[in-house]
Design a protein around this ligand. Structure first.
Ligand code: GLN
Length: 232
């Protein structure tokens, strides 16, 4: 094992399009997760080799040790902690419903999903939330691999609503997705960087130490502000 500063390379899996956490800009992979990890790598003296795989595919790649870790707006949950070791949380997320602008009079909260078609992302908390609520409320759930596909399904009318992470839907709304968020937000746990349980403890430690440094130096805030917009 090399020591910090030895230029070790870690292979990191991420989602494809989960703006503002990871997305493509002029062909480059950018976003809060990407910039945070790159800044931590620089601070801690390691290199990152990115694998932009999709959320579920990134978790599968981690399970089969094809990547060393995953950063993908991934919520820290008790269930996942049985398989993965998570870093300190770096962002707070909730899950929410979104519909086409104009449909919010018809679907204004979860109960209004009765008889509706709902799309969620495969392997995500939104899928879990949908599965928990679908019987009681009575809606159809289709799981898809990409956030972009969820949005397209609702826009084209193939689905009536989508469930996804609030910051991601809100960013899309801001960028003119034509959707609106409706209903009560559901707690989904903070975002953390994950490695396989008991594996790569040194990578996790570097991440935590680097994150602490970025918070102290103000670079953490700078990265968030770049994507979310500073208030002042
Ligand atoms: N935060 C959600 C989860 O962990 C969604 C992550 C994602 O779609 N990239 O399940």
């Amino acid at each position: 094992e090399g020591e910090a500063g030895s230029g070790e390379t870690y292979v990191i899996g991420t989602d494809t399009t989960f703006a503002p956490f990871e997305f493509r800009q002029g062909g480059d992979l950018v976003g809060i997760d990407i910039d945070l990890m790159e800044a931590i790598a620089e601070d801690q003296g390691f290199e990152v080799e990115w694998r932009s795989l999709g959320f579920n595919a990134a978790l599968q790649a981690l399970d089969s040790n094809q990547v060393d870790g995953v950063i993908a707006g991934m919520s820290i949950t008790e269930e996942r902690q049985e398989v993965y070791d998570f870093s300190e949380p770096y962002f707070t997320g909730t899950v929410t419903l979104a519909v086409n602008e104009g449909d919010e009079s018809e679907i204004s909260d979860w109960e209004d999903l009765a008889g509706k078609q709902v799309v969620v992302k495969t392997g995500s908390i939104s899928e879990e939330v949908a599965t928990e609520r679908q019987d009681e409320i009575g809606f159809e759930v289709t799981a898809l691999d990409q956030t972009t596909t969820l949005v397209e399904s609702v826009k084209s009318g193939n689905a009536d609503a989508l469930i996804d992470d609030y910051p991601v839907i809100a960013y899309g709304v801001q960028q003119g997705s034509g959707l609106v968020t409706v209903g009560e937000q559901v707690e989904a746990g903070d975002y953390g960087f994950a490695v396989n349980q008991g594996q790569n403890p040194e990578l996790l430690e570097k991440f935590n130490t680097g994150l602490q440094e970025l918070r102290a130096s103000g670079e953490y805030d700078e990265i968030l502000n770049e994507y979310l917009g500073a208030e002042d």
